[in-house]
Each structure stands twice: as structure tokens, then as C-alpha cells.
Design a protein around this ligand. Structure first.
Ligand SMILES: *Cc1c(COP(=O)(O)O)cnc(C)c1O
Length: 374
């Protein structure tokens, strides 16, 4: 099989979705599955829907277009980055809903929807402190009222996004403010809002522990479904699988080398100064090179199997200390991936994506020379 390859366990993606859906349901919160870290894979989107997500969302219209192929018409497809004016026609065609922050884009969407004789759902995003997208709370009512005057737009609700640009933690205070704004908008318009989209995976610790979810009735969840982690501290959430995605790479050189480099030392390929190799002393190291580089995956968030230590990575080579393992050329190693590593691997043209279905997932065993991360 080709390497490097990202092996995706669709059963675990589905199980993670179901676990979150069931935990959030008693709190009146639905899950919209976010596929952007999975390049809008229709199969991964379908696994999220099987697990109970009410719709799918992605930051790229190209991905939503791909998703549309596998998703039933009843599932919402939401563009979660403010639409580019240059793409409004595609947005109206391929997304049922988009998250928005300004009148110019809303007017362009309204025009595009008129041309296509469609209607388009709008969620207005409110700035609650993380300083990425969002309109100021004091401008929300005006923009909501204006949105309602656009014939081809439907005001679906309000949303916010925290914990991305500045790591602002979702809590009772900022979520309470979103609920309060929802009620103000409803009072001003005389109609109730269908969608109150409280945020992303970083909202889960709050949503699963608070006694006051208020009006929040939906979360846009990517990372927790795909990797089992919440993004505030990157801990694995209870009951979730953290190994739905694993990256397999192939050994292209293996042998014993001196532990320390020699010669005068300056910058490495990526501009760092190499740290002295830990524990190496003046002895030797069992070292292997894998055909895996920064063109394939982000070094940060790459988790080696137990007993293997990453020594460095350039564009095309990953150098590891094999410890007590005896690796040979042609062997494969399996790595865990964090969020950045997943995004990079999914978008690299050099990394094959292998989707495993239920039976295959159960029958898959470690082959000789393959070390699985714990
Ligand atoms: C990426 C993103 C999400 C999903 O974030 P996760 O941490 O992967 O759950 C939700 N909303 C917006 C606006 C996003 O950009």
C-alpha cells in the first residue's frame, strides 16, 4: 500500500459523533459536524450524519460542494467562514446557510439568491471577545432587522466563535451574553430565532458542565469528532476515540549512527539551531529515516509510537531515534496526529487517504514492523 497514508476509521468518527450528540441532546443542543480539517470528505461527512449530526459545515465552499454529493437534502450545509463576495453565487448554490458579519456580503448573497431563485439562510456572527469574526453586540439588532428586509435571505439565527484567535474560553458569561442578544433580536423582530450556534469544540467543556446553556441550541463541532480532543487544553473528552486518524510512513534508511553531529554547526533546513541530541553523549544511536516531511504533515502534533523519538524533520525526511526497536528499510511506522498535523496531511497531495469501513476496521491488525501509537 502506498505511503505516507492517513488511515481513517469511519466507525470511530461515527461513534464520536454519536457520543457527543447523546451527551448534548438532554441539554437541548444539536451537533453540526465540521469537516474542514478533513478536506470536506463526503465519506467522513456521511459518518458524522450517521452519528446524529443534524448538518455539515465547512470553511471552504469547494469542500461544501464535495459534501453535497453524499449528504441528504434534509441536512443543512453551512459555510462557516464569511463568504467572499467573489464566491456568492457558489455559496447560494452549494450552501443552505452561511455565517455572516456584514451588510455588503449579505446584499451580494441576496442578489445571488435572486438570480438563482433560491433563498439562503443567514446566521449573524457576534463578536464576544476572541477578536476574530463577528459584529459588535450593539450592532446586532440593526443588522438583524436589515437582513429581514432582504427578500431572498432568511435570518436563521445568531452565532459566535471563541477560542480561535485569542483562545478566549467559552463560559457562562459570554454564552449568557449570546442568549441575551438572541432575546433582544427576537423582541425587536417579533419572531423567534431557530439557530443559536454557540461555538466550536472549545465550547464542549462548558456545554457539558454548565447548569445554564441558555438559548444555545447548536454547536459546530470538528476537532472533538475527528480527534476526540477539546481545543482549550487538548485533553481527550470522556468516551471519545482519539485515534480515528493515523498516519503511516515508510522507513527508507535504518542503521546505527554516531549520536552527535560533527563539523561546525549553523542553521538546519528550516532555520533552527539543532539541539544537542539528548542522551546521546558520545555513543551511537539506532536511527531511521522515514519518507515523511513537512510537505506531508506538520511536525507539531505528530505523535510517534512508544519507544520512538523524533529527532528532526525537513521537507521530505523524518529522522527518528528507534530506541530499542529494530527497524528495517521497508518497515512502516504509525503515528498519531494532532489538529494541525491532520489538516496538513489531509491537504497534502502526497498523502493518500485510506477510509476503513466497519468490517475492515475490526480486522485491521498491526503488521510486522508496524508500531501502533498507544
Ligand atoms: C473551525 C471552525 C469550527 C469548528 O472548530 P473545531 O474546533 O474543529 O470544532 C466552528 N466554527 C467556526 C467558525 C470555525 O472556523
Amino acid at each position: 500500500m502506498s505511503a505516507p497514508r492517513l488511515v481513517v476509521d469511519l466507525v470511530k468518527v461515527e461513534a464520536n459523533t454519536r457520543q457527543l450528540v447523546e451527551q448534548l441532546r438532554p441539554r437541548g443542543i444539536s451537533v453540526t459536524g465540521v469537516t474542514k480539517a478533513a478536506l470536506g470528505s463526503p465519506e467522513i461527512g456521511a459518518a458524522m450524519l450517521r452519528g446524529g449530526a443534524i448538518g455539515l459545515a465547512d470553511s471552504r465552499i469547494e469542500n461544501l460542494t464535495r459534501l453535497a454529493a453524499g449528504a441528504p437534502a434534509s441536512a443543512s450545509r453551512t459555510l462557516i467562514r464569511s463568504p467572499m463576495i467573489s464566491q456568492v453565487d457558489q455559496v447560494v448554490r452549494h450552501a443552505t446557510t452561511s455565517l455572516n458579519t456584514g451588510l455588503r456580503v449579505l446584499d451580494a448573497l441576496d442578489e445571488a439568491a435572486r438570480r438563482q431563485r433560491r433563498t439562503h439562510q443567514v446566521v449573524l456572527m457576534v463578536e464576544l471577545g476572541d477578536l476574530r469574526e463577528g459584529i459588535a453586540p450593539e450592532d446586532v439588532i440593526d443588522l438583524a432587522l436589515t437582513t429581514r428586509t432582504r427578500r431572498r435571505l432568511r435570518l436563521a439565527g445568531l452565532g459566535t466563535n471563541l477560542a480561535c484567535q485569542n483562545g478566549v474560553v467559552p463560559d457562562d458569561r459570554n454564552m449568557g451574553e449570546l442568549s441575551r442578544l438572541v432575546e433582544e433580536v427576537e423582541a425587536a423582530t417579533g419572531e423567534s430565532l431557530a439557530v443559536v450556534s454557540g461555538g466550536n469544540s472549545a465550547n464542549l467543556p462548558w456545554a457539558l458542565s454548565t447548569s445554564a446553556v441558555g438559548r444555545i441550541n447548536d454547536l459546530r463541532i470538528g476537532e472533538a469528532i475527528l480527534l476526540g480532543t477539546e481545543p482549550l487544553h487538548r485533553t481527550v473528552l470522556p468516551g471519545l476515540h482519539d485515534d480515528a486518524f493515523r498516519l503511516v510512513a515508510e522507513v527508507i534508511e535504518a542503521g546505527v549512527k554516531p549520536s552527535q553531529p560533527w563539523g561546525a554547526l549553523a542553521q538546519t533546513a528550516y532555520g533552527e539551531l539543532a539541539p544537542l541530541r539528548a542522551g546521546g553523549g558520545s555513543g551511537t544511536t539506532r536511527q531511521a529515516i522515514l519518507a515523511l516531511g513537512r510537505q506531508d504533515v506538520l511536525l507539531e502534533g505528530l505523535v510517534p509510537p512508544p519507544g520512538i523519538t523524533i529527532l528532526g524533520m525537513s521537507s521530505d525526511h523524518l529522522v527518528v531515534d528507534c530506541g530499542d526497536h529494530r527497524l528495517a528499510v521497508g518497515d512502516e511506522l504509525t503515528f498519531g496526529v494532532g489538529y494541525g498535523a491532520l489538516v496538513q496531511a489531509m491537504t497534502s497531495p502526497f498523502v493518500a487517504v485510506v477510509l476503513t469501513e466497519p468490517a475492515a476496521a475490526r480486522g485491521r491488525a498491526a503488521t510486522p514492523g508496524t508500531y501502533l501509537p498507544s
